[in-house]
Ligand binder design. Structure first.
Ligand SMILES: [Zn+2]
Length: 162
């Protein structure tokens, strides 16, 4: 019996750009525009536009495991980087183990995108035209960090803390 070799993970960019034409009833892709995940000047990994994204359009959504809020809060305790969004009073999306590119959207005090919670989904929309190569950022407002983290977004109006 030959031993099974491990399967290399598919890069998020390849998933985003090679989405095949969908038939009616098939699930929407998580990303509506070509995105790349790369090292961010703000923090860790970030998401970058790989094509122009016009203002107001939906960029995509963050997908992951649906978990109870209480479980989600337990999981993020003490973590520096989190990929969890609470979408209702009772449920949260934990994208920690997801391959979804949009889980890497960093916070900025001068964001070019906004996170909207709609019908239990965590959706990102462009709030202005975004050029290829720009990092996609959203203002997460009051995060679970509760002001303990220094913000490194670099915006002139940076509030300084997360
Ligand atoms: Zn900032």
């Amino acid at each position: 019996m030959p031993r099974l070799s491990s399967v290399a993970p598919v890069p998020a960019a390849a998933v985003a750009t090679e989405a095949p034409a969908r038939r009616k009833g098939e699930p929407q892709p998580a990303e509506r525009f070509a995105l790349t995940v790369d090292k961010s000047p703000i923090d860790g990994l970030g998401v970058f536009a790989a094509e122009p994204i016009p203002a107001r359009l939906k960029i995509g959504e963050m997908r992951g495991e649906i978990v109870p809020v209480r479980e989600a809060r337990r999981r993020i305790e003490g973590r520096r980087r989190i990929h969890v969004v609470e979408v209702t009073d009772k449920t949260a999306i934990d994208a920690t183990k997801s391959d979804c590119a949009l889980r890497h959207v960093n916070h900025s005090c001068a964001p070019n995108a906004v996170l909207r919670i709609r019908q239990g989904r965590a959706e990102f929309y462009a709030i202005r035209d975004i050029a290829p190569g720009e990092e996609i950022c959203a203002d997460y407002g009051e995060s679970h960090h509760e002001g303990r983290l220094r913000c490194r977004c670099g915006a002139p109006n940076c509030k300084g803390r997360l």
